[in-house]
Design a protein around this ligand. Structure first.
Ligand code: BEZ
Ligand code: MG
Length: 568
């Protein structure tokens, strides 16, 4: 190996370790009515402090420190181009100031920033005051009091719903989460942020495939688009190459086409599967997305620069399909229905083969929401054949993750949606799509493949002692959470075959073959231990994991043994 190649690999490894180390994870469950027991409060505050908050007049701490030290940093203080020593120095001062803030007070943090980094006093004070308020609010809890008020039929103060890091104004908890005005979606800043994410996504696909994807399938959720003010929606608009336009009442109801010269790339076709909650909350937004696809399909542009037009024209020619059918791209459940049921099939082990999971996804989600050329609104018309056709052209699938708190192995919803649609695409296009996720939470956008995301989640949560010990503090429920993570990980095998076999091996080693751990788990919750062990055996039986026979035998014996102990 050339030494430059070796250096590059070592650097890659270093970056991966750093990513794992810096990943913020929940280290325990929330207990209703109890203030957040955040051992990692300083970590959380540091994340909060890494974003500018123009709406609150506060600048990011790393930026203030860089400014004070007169380090010429560009827009993104954490980019790789910045010398790592500079990065380390800034990190160190930021960390120290936050420790001061937690251990002493706001003034102590301000003084440190002034003496160590020459930060302007007023600017430092604005940011530190904000952080100190958040710190106080993390220790307050109004949940029980609010519940009592609700039960008495009294008024409960509303507050925004979001991730703390995205919007610290969600604190204190115990308020009534309010949604958004759907006509305000996407917000201007969400549209701006989505540009960066969309470019990173297309860049990643091109790096791996040498060209743009002809069509992408996107998953859009309601709560996520509330929390991010419509980042997912904005990403779809960017892929199409359009921007939202506000009418006289400031409602985003119109579309403006971004010229190809400005866009500088082809328009990507998008198939959108939206959740039942999204459908219920965002009817005007669905109309906007549908309008955007139709507008783009009608543009007189060369097919190699407008994949929507290319695909729609192909469909019209191949299947003698009317334009109104060929252009259908916004799908959801039948009115009144929710979810894909893919998660239930997987959890109950009641599926024959992976194809049936993709089919189930389409059965549940193939209801079209559109407005035809005559202006007639169609709300939830079954359109299975149209969805099959649209998915058959898809080459990449994608979902935006909106929160540090809930990732792809924490709940079964990510695999039911993104896994479900990916499997449906694989069968219909006869090729496995590239599957990507991003989290819009770091100051720099990072696109990851599904496989990379499963590895990262496994290393930072399921196999991380900090995470599982945090769960085990909750006893019975904690073991159930560990088992849930294993089942959700398995969901990514079932729907997308995206789990490395070392992951199942290490789960066995950590929770079942370590005798001391096994005893603790059985003591706390034998039922979940048994489900966990059975799930590992299922991973083997379904062909996702092939450990040596000896290991399998140990797990089989354990299932029997635990059965006995849970009876007694
Ligand atoms: C949603 O907000 O749309 C959603 C929430 C939970 C599961 C799936 C979707
Ligand atoms: Mg649920």
């Amino acid at each position: 190996m050339m030494s430059s190649e070796r250096d590059a690999r070592v650097y890659q490894l270093y970056e991966q370790l750093r990513e794992i180390e810096q990943r913020l994870i929940p280290t325990g469950l929330h207990v209703f009515g109890r203030a957040a027991e955040l051992k990692e409060k300083a970590d959380l505050l540091r994340m909060v402090a890494s974003f500018d908050r123009p709406e609150l007049g506060a600048q990011a701490l790393p930026r203030l420190v860089a400014e004070g030290l007169q380090l010429a940093l560009d827009e993104q203080p954490f980019q790789d181009t910045v010398e790592s020593e500079t990065k380390a120095l800034i990190d160190e001062i930021v960390t120290e100031s936050i420790n001061r803030l937690c251990d002493e007070d706001c003034e102590a943090a301000v003084n440190l920033l002034m003496s160590r980094a020459n930060v302007d006093r007023e600017k430092a004070r604005t940011t530190c005051t904000l952080l100190a308020n958040i710190s106080d609010q993390l220790e307050a809890s109004f949940e029980l009091e609010s519940l009592m008020r609700a039960l008495r039929g009294e008024y409960i103060q509303p507050g925004p719903g979001a991730d703390i890091i995205q919007n610290p104004l969600v604190l204190p908890t115990g308020r009534n989460t309010h949604a958004v005005n759907p006509y305000s979606i996407p917000s201007r800043s969400a549209f701006q942020r989505a540009k960066q994410t969309t470019e990173a996504l297309l860049h990643r696909y091109r790096e791996e495939h040498g060209r743009y994807p002809r069509a992408m399938a996107l998953v859009l959720w309601g709560l996520d688009n509330i929390k991010t003010q419509g980042e997912g929606v904005a990403q779809a608009l960017w892929l199409l190459g359009v921007r939202p336009v506000r009418d006289a009442l400031n409602r985003a109801t119109e579309i403006e086409v971004i010229a190809l010269e400005e866009l500088n790339r082809p328009r990507i076709d998008v198939v959108m599967t939206v959740s039942g909650i999204f459908r219920d909350l965002f009817a005007p937004t669905m109309a906007l997305l549908d309008k955007a696809v139709r507008r783009v399909a009608e543009l007189n542009e060369p097919p190699e620069m407008n994949y929507v037009r290319r695909n729609v024209t192909e469909r019209m020619n191949e299947a003698a399909s009317p334009f109104d059918d060929a252009v259908t791209r916004v799908f959801s459940n039948a009115p009144g229905n929710y979810g894909t049921n893919v998660n239930f099939m997987v959890m109950q082990s009641e599926w024959e083969d992976a194809t049936s999971l993709g089919d189930l996804f389409v059965t549940r989600k193939s209801f079209a929401y559109t407005r035809d050329s005559q202006g007639r609104t169609i709300e939830g018309r079954e359109a299975r054949e149209l969805m099959d056709d649209a998915l058959s052209r898809v080459e990449a699938t994608y979902q935006n993750i909106d929160s540090f708190e809930v990732g792809i192995t924490d709940v079964d919803h990510y695999f039911e949606y993104l896994g479900g649609v990916s499997r449906a695409v694989e069968v219909r296009s006869k090729s496995r799509p590239a599957i990507y996720l991003s989290d819009s939470l770091s100051p720099q956008t990072k696109i990851r493949s599904l496989e990379e995301t499963v590895r990262l989640e496994t290393r930072t949560k399921t196999l991380n002692p900090k995470w599982y010990e945090g769960m085990l503090r909750h006893g019975f429920r904690g073991v159930a959470e560990i088992e849930n993570h294993v089942a959700n990980t398995f969901g990514w095998s079932a729907t997308a075959d995206a789990v490395d076999s070392w992951i199942y091996t290490e789960i066995s080693n950590t929770f079942l073959l370590n005798e001391e751990m096994l005893e603790r788990l059985i003591e706390l919750n034998p039922y979940s231990v048994q489900s966990l062990a059975k799930r590992l055996l299922e991973a083997h039986e379904r062909g996702y994991w092939n450990p040596d026979e000896n290991l399998l035998e140990q797990i089989r014996e354990l299932v029997d043994k635990v059965k006995e102990s849970s009876r007694s």
